[in-house]
Write a protein that binds this ligand. Sequence first.
Ligand SMILES: [Zn+2]
Length: 300
Amino acid sequence: MKLKPLAAFAVLSVFLFAGSLPAQGLGPGFTKVKDGIYVFASKEGNSTCSVVLTQDGPVVIDTCQTPLDAQKFAAGVKQLTDKPVRFVFDTEVHNDHTFGHYFFSPPAIVVNHEGAGEGMKKSVDPKRVETLAAQSPEMAAAVKNYKFIPPHIEYKNKMTVNLGERTFELYYLKNVHSEADEAIWLPKERVLFAASAANVKSIINLRPFVRIPDLLASYKFMKSLNPEVVVPGHGAPTTMKIFDEYEGFYTLLQKRVSDLARQGKSLEEIKKELKMPEYADWAGQDRLGANIDVAWQTRN
Ligand SMILES: [Zn+2]
């Protein structure tokens, strides 16, 4: 294919931006990270949803930020293969990763770690479908077939799924983001779906049960797998460097909270005083307070 200079530049920029190939023909938002492995996010910051093709049918990892995103993603999957989706693996329990199960299941079997179904049930908003439908006729159509689908299979600690020529290793990540978070590792392809333990340059909304030592342990573990490509829960596909960035952030945050606590400062005082100017360019600055709350739990 011969490209005009501008088009060639556009293709090159996507390549450089994502650190991987644009997925030609699948439309905007799709990125090809390896043969048969595609990641979709309709815009920067939206949750990623991915498909891994196998000889025996595709596997979907997370089901997108919104039903409209899930619809676009499902259409892309259909373009790639006419085989039915065999599994959906969730990297966490929140709506922006799991609400779209109904686009793929049935026939897909949904899998996440123990506690995922309970976590999903806790956050069910009975008005959500109605609220979404009111947004636009397109959204109303996209939620028409909505059904609440908790995971069919919940495992403990680790599960291996062999499908066609691929192997998927599912690992529980304890206390990193939601009631059940898992990393999905493809050892042969060296691609890691890293859940929302680390996103791309964004202060994450930490729930009160998240623990900084557990976050740090999850980075250490994921780095030990030595992935070539890391697909975060939110943000463009990247490399292991995101684990170093977040390790740096939480180590410094924990140190500052602990230092101030040792000086006799209260949590409220620390929240007023503590700044992280080194990370001023990260999104989600309004979530620093929630991060300090969590660091306070393990002050030393
Ligand atoms: Zn989440």
